[in-house]
Design a protein around this ligand. Structure first.
Ligand code: APR
Length: 254
């Protein structure tokens, strides 16, 4: 594993346009379960029954019964050493873009200067019918005041956070930025993602098509494992500080 840590440090140090792509696995050591590990969220819930746009429209009470506790869970945890290490890589100028599938806001709280939140975030809400927009505090105040737990707009329609639900369009600007950076990347480091959900799961393919280096730091398997030049099946919060230490050693020998 030490070789792979050194290899990853060397790849990041020599990259012209390194991009980091993160998934739920980077937040598990903060206490947020991921989705597809044994015991993960989708072991307990069917995403199509609790997190799809169709359920939000047809049965908003069921949607909000799943969605509401996630706000408190995210508020109750803190970024871990992996989030901090990614922010440090950005600060050192070694990472040109951070793309995350996570909606927990932990990258921003760890100090990452710019985060492409391709699946949206919990940080605000809106009405899909009249495009009324509101803060999370106001959204949750309306949810908690409602007998059925469903926050409603003045137009009468139910409100949701800006987290992308299954079947919902991804935010266009973030999607464009993510694919633009993937097209420019000569190194992509994937951290804590199973790379199973499109369109994000297509991003590593862009790097490979450009003969770039794909590095994957994810405990579980991914469809790209055979094509990753650097593959670590270790815990991100343990390994990324080791990568930073290896970079410091490289700097000293330069
Ligand atoms: N360090 C490294 N990898 C980890 C860690 C850790 N501490 N903890 C978990 N992992 C790995 C798991 O083994 C798994 O391979 O991270 C991966 C997480 O995969 P998923 O649970 O599928 O999460 P993700 O890839 O982010 O899911 C993508 O699916 O349900 C949708 O919108 C949801 O954004 C999510 C998307």
């Amino acid at each position: 594993m030490t070789n792979f840590v050194d290899d990853l440090a060397a790849a990041l140090s020599g990259a012209k346009h390194a991009v980091v792509l993160t998934g739920a696995g980077i937040s598990t050591e903060s206490g947020i379960p991921d989705f597809r590990s044994p015991g993960g969220t989708w072991d307990k819930f069917d995403p199509m029954e609790v997190a799809s746009l169709d359920v939000f429209i047809r049965e908003p009470e069921r949607f909000w019964a799943f969605h509401r506790p996630r706000f408190d869970m995210v508020a109750s945890v803190a970024p871990n050493a992996a989030h901090a290490a990614v922010a440090e890589l950005q600060r050192r100028g070694l990472v040109k873009a951070l793309i995350t599938q996570n909606i927990d806001g932990l990258h921003r709280r760890a100090g990452s200067p710019d985060v492409i939140e391709i699946h949206g975030s919990l940080s605000s809400g809106r009405c899909l019918r009249c495009d009324f927009r509101l803060s999370t505090d106001e959204l949750l105040a309306r949810a908690d005041a409602a007998d059925d737990g469903v926050p409603r707009c003045e137009c009468g329609f139910q409100l949701k956070s800006n987290v992308v639900s299954f079947g919902e369009m991804l935010p266009g600007e973030e999607l464009d930025r993510a694919f633009e950076h993937a097209g420019l990347a000569d190194v992509m480091l994937v951290i804590g993602s199973s790379l199973l959900v499109a369109p994000v799961s297509n991003l590593p393919g862009f790097v490979l098509a450009n003969s770039g280096t794909l590095a994957i730091l994810t405990e579980g398997e991914t469809p790209y494992d055979s094509r990753a030049k650097i593959r670590l099946h270790t815990k991100a919060a343990e390994t990324l500080p080791q990568v930073l230490a290896a970079l410091d050693t490289l700097d000293q020998t330069d």
